[in-house]
Design a protein around this ligand. Structure first.
Ligand code: DX5
Ligand code: ZN
Length: 220
């Protein structure tokens, strides 16, 4: 199969004081996307950065900015993230009462609209809105931190989404614990996008890492 997986390195695992270098490393690796983990310390236990940080780093990268909002009430911030230069904005179904409205808000601002579910949330929770999403982000760890191990049952949700996708054209992304060891199973499950934080930044040869992950190959 020739399908290439989009590799989206997460800057969460970068040294924020060296962020320009991290963006240059991502560019040089051949990865087309940059994954931006926004955490509010309430929906998830950790706090990272907001739209100003993204607007500032936007000047130093021409890659596709994929924002993952792990925040409560994301509808209050979506315009700021769109203006900051995010090209995809993903919100959590668990954080949105009016998910349909929030996803349409993202699309109206000209961004790809993504929905994410944590490991304990079943696919059935988002089946009704699959018509209007561009990306479904399956969390393969409990969100909040990088460097955790992939929870195997979450890949069953990827398989379920592939089964029910039909003619719809949303992309399926996985986030958390993606590495040389886990990519094969994730790829076999049918993913389109792989987010990788710690494994990317720990790689000595990042171009080789991206090339292998994009083809769904583990390390020889
Ligand atoms: C976790 C974040 C992830 C994180 C992945 O809450 O959403 O994007 O950066 O990190 P790794 O690849 O280290 O599991
Ligand atoms: Zn993420």
């Amino acid at each position: 199969m020739d399908k290439k997986i989009i590799v989206a390195p997460s800057v969460l695992s970068a040294d924020f004081s060296e962020i320009k270098g991290a963006l240059a490393d991502i560019k040089a690796s051949g990865a087309p996307w940059v994954h931006l983990d926004v955490m509010d310390g309430s929906f998830v236990p950790n706090i990272t950065f907001g739209s100003k940080f993204i607007a500032d780093i936007r000047k130093h990268s021409d890659l596709f900015f994929d924002a993952h909002l792990m925040v409560r009430e994301p509808q209050n911030h979506i315009e700021d993230f769109a203006k900051a230069g995010c090209q995809a904005i993903t919100v959590h179904s668990e954080a949105c009462v009016h998910l349909d409205r929030t996803l349409n808000q993202i699309k109206t601002l000209g961004c790809k609209a993504g929905v994410s579910i944590v490991p304990s949330t079943p696919v059935s929770m988002i089946e009704g809105i699959l018509e209007i999403v561009d990306i479904v982000l399956i969390m393969t760890v409990n969100p909040g931190f990088g460097g955790q191990s992939l929870i195997p049952y979450t890949l069953e949700k990827v398989k379920r989404l592939v089964e029910i996708r039909g003619n719809r054209d949303f992309l399926i992304s996985v986030d958390g614990g993606i590495s040389d060891r886990t990519i094969v199973e994730a790829s076999n499950a049918g993913i389109d996008i792989a987010v990788a934080g710690s494994a990317f930044f720990a790689s000595k040869d990042k171009a080789d890492f991206v090339s292998r992950i994009s083809r769904g190959y583990g390390k020889k």
